[in-house]
Design a protein around this ligand. Structure first.
Ligand code: CMP
Length: 230
C-alpha cells in the first residue's frame, strides 16, 4: 500500500490509524484493566491491518505477542482475585478503605503487613518522631495525646500514622492503646516503596486517608460538643 493522503483516508488506512488511536487512548487510562483492554483491542486491529492489508508477518507476530501477554496478565489478575480469601477484619478493612482495589491487589497489600494484638498501653506513635509503621485499628481503642494531654481518640476503622507515614515527617501526636487492640500494620519503608511504584495504590490510600480525616474530625466535633454539655 502506498503512503498518500488518499490511502491514509481509505478504509484500509483508517484501520491502521484506528489501531494507533486505541494505543494512544490506552496510555490515558488510569486503571491497568482498561489500559490492557485497549492495548488488546489495538493489537487486534493491528493484526487485521498487518494480515489483510500489508501482508506483513513480522508486524503480525509482534502484535500477536502483545495480545497474548496482555490476555495472560489479565488472566493472572483474575485468578489471583478468585483465589484471594479474607478474614472478617480484612473484609471490613477493604470495604471501608480499599474499595477500588481488586481482591488480588487487596490481598497482596495486606500480605505486605501483619496483624498484631496489642496490650493496653502499647504505643502506636510518638509525637515529634517519625512513625515507623502505619496502623489500621480493627478492634479496640487508642488515646491521642498532644503535649502529654489527651486530645482525641481512635477506634475500630481508624488509621494511626496516616498523616505522616508517606512523608516521614514527625508524628503529630502520641497514640497509646487504651484497651486490648487488634491492628494491621505495615512498615513505613514498605508502604513508601509500594506507593512510589504503584500510582493506583497511592491514590487509593490517599483517598482512604482523606475519608478517615473526615471521620476523625466529625468524631472530634461530637466529643467537643459533648464536652461542652451539648
Ligand atoms: N485529632 C486527632 N484525631 C484522631 N487521630 C489523630 C488526631 N491527631 C492525630 N491523630 C493520629 O495520631 C497520629 C500520629 O502520627 P501521624 O501524625 O502520622 O498521624 C496521626 C493520626 O493518625
Amino acid at each position: 500500500m502506498e503512503l498518500t493522503i488518499a490511502s491514509a483516508l481509505s478504509a484500509e488506512g483508517l484501520l491502521g490509524h484506528a489501531a494507533y488511536v486505541l494505543l494512544v487512548l490506552s496510555m490515558l487510562m488510569r486503571t491497568l484493566l482498561w489500559l490492557r483492554l485497549l492495548v488488546i483491542a489495538s493489537a487486534l486491529l493491528g493484526i487485521s491491518y498487518a494480515v489483510f492489508i500489508l501482508g506483513d508477518p513480522v508486524s503480525t507476530f509482534w502484535e500477536t505477542c502483545l495480545v497474548v501477554v496482555n490476555i495472560g496478565q489479565l488472566l493472572i489478575t483474575h485468578w489471583r482475585s478468585l483465589r484471594a480469601r479474607f478474614s472478617d477484619d480484612e473484609a471490613h478493612f477493604i470495604a471501608r478503605h480499599l474499595p477500588g482495589l481488586t481482591r488480588g491487589e487487596a490481598r497482596a497489600l495486606i500480605d505486605r503487613g501483619r496483624w498484631v494484638a496489642l496490650e493496653d498501653g502499647a504505643c502506636l506513635a510518638v509525637e515529634g518522631e517519625p512513625v515507623e509503621r502505619l496502623s489500621y485499628v480493627a478492634e479496640g481503642a487508642a488515646e491521642v495525646r498532644v503535649g502529654g494531654r489527651a486530645v482525641s481518640a481512635c477506634g475500630a476503622g481508624d488509621f494511626v500514622g496516616e498523616m505522616t507515614v508517606l512523608t516521614g515527617l514527625p508524628a503529630t501526636a502520641t497514640v497509646v492503646a487504651t484497651a486490648q487492640t487488634v491492628v494491621w500494620q505495615v512498615e513505613a519503608p514498605v508502604l513508601r516503596d509500594l506507593t512510589r511504584r504503584r500510582d493506583d495504590l497511592s491514590r487509593e490510600l490517599e483517598a482512604a486517608f482523606a475519608r478517615n480525616y473526615r471521620d476523625k474530625i466529625v468524631a472530634m466535633n461530637r466529643r467537643a460538643v459533648a464536652g461542652l454539655g451539648g
